[in-house]
Design a protein around this ligand. Structure first.
Ligand code: GLN
Length: 319
């Protein structure tokens, strides 16, 4: 961990130095995988190899630096919450979206139910399960899975995204906490759609197959304010990126978002499949894959690599 923030003694804009730092960050990520364990509460996820690690960084001009396991597909899990939020902003608008979900960090585990029942009627934010399920209930009234998948492919600039059927079945069979959340929201009268349809869409979006490069693309889309830098196509209004990045920064790593903000300081979103997508505004998209997770459900290797490169290349938003 870097707790002293001295200036680097090399030119942080020199492409050779950048590549050297990225490679170091990759090795740092690999070493830190051993500290974690793969998720097993969704049985299909337990099949992942805890030693796998990959880092992919992409720039606006299409330069790509890939290290390790960047092509292997895995399920996107909670990183889909960013896609769901982006779709809600695009198709429903800001006012409607935030009439039904708040914008506050919860400080609780991603699948917590406690505060939802005790202290507020609306879920805290779209980056935790309750909030993402609520967002999905709104979307379920205007679009089905095929349209959401099409949006996900455009938003992540990856036509290769498909549903991982085995993960989807595994989630649906074991997702009792998420069932509890959807019915709790319904019992409070705040859920916006049918509980079964909502949950099915939520599970399907968590089960999309991506790789580290897809996640770098997602970061790049966000870093480029909703425009595909390669085709020029506008996928979502640039004004929404401030909202998406703020929520990623404050809530993207669940109840580790504060410490991650200090250590890494780049708007990011993690998933229990082992991915992290990060957006370096106006510059880069970064994707990591390392299924060995820490106790909060975040990728050990991913955090270590991102901390290293953020620190040495001065990428913290407050640098
Ligand atoms: N599908 C997972 C769940 O709902 C997503 C959780 C995550 O990635 N943190 O429990």
């Amino acid at each position: 961990m870097f707790f002293t923030y001295e200036q680097p003694d090399f030119d942080i804009n020199d492409p050779k130095e950048i590549l050297r730092v990225l490679e170091e960050a990759y090795h740092n990520g690999c070493e830190n995988c051993r500290a974690g364990k793969v998720a097993d509460y969704i049985p299909e996820l337990a099949k992942a190899d805890p030693d796998d690690f990959g880092l992919c960084v992409r720039s606006m001009s299409g330069e790509t630096a890939s290290f390790g396991e960047t092509e292997k597909r895995f399920s996107i899990q909670s990183i889909s919450k960013v896609i769901n939020l982006a779709a809600a902003l695009k198709f429903l608008g800001f006012r409607e979206t935030f009439s039904h979900v708040m914008m506050e960090p919860s400080g609780d585990a991603f699948n917590s139910i406690l505060k939802l029942d005790m202290t507020s009627d609306l879920p805290f934010n779209p980056m935790i399960n309750a909030g993402a399920i609520q967002v999905m209930s709104m979307l379920s009234n205007i679009m089905g899975f095929d349209e959401l998948l099409e949006f996900a492919r455009a938003f992540c600039m990856d036509e290769g995204i498909v549903l991982n059927e085995a993960v989807y079945r595994s989630e649906a069979e074991t997702g009792d906490r998420n069932r509890a959340i959807v019915y709790l929201l319904q019992s409070k009268g705040v859920l916006q759609g049918d509980p079964a349809v909502t949950l099915d869409l939520y599970f399907k979006m968590c089960s999309l197959n991506v790789n580290a490069k897809t996640l770098a693309n997602m970061g790049l889309m966000i870093a480029n304010k909703g425009q595909n830098p390669f085709t020029g196509e506008h996928i979502i209004h640039p004004g929404y990126m401030r909202t998406i990045q703020s929520l990623m920064f404050t809530c993207g790593l669940y109840d580790e978002s504060g410490e991650y903000g200090v250590r890494v300081g780049i708007p990011s979103k993690s998933g229990v499949g082992g991915g992290i997508a990060a957006a370096v505004s106006g510059r880069w998209g970064i994707g990591t894959y390392g299924p060995a997770l820490n106790k909060k459900g975040n990728s050990c290797g991913g955090i270590a690599a991102l901390e290293h490169l953020s620190h040495l290349l001065q990428l913290n938003v407050f640098d």
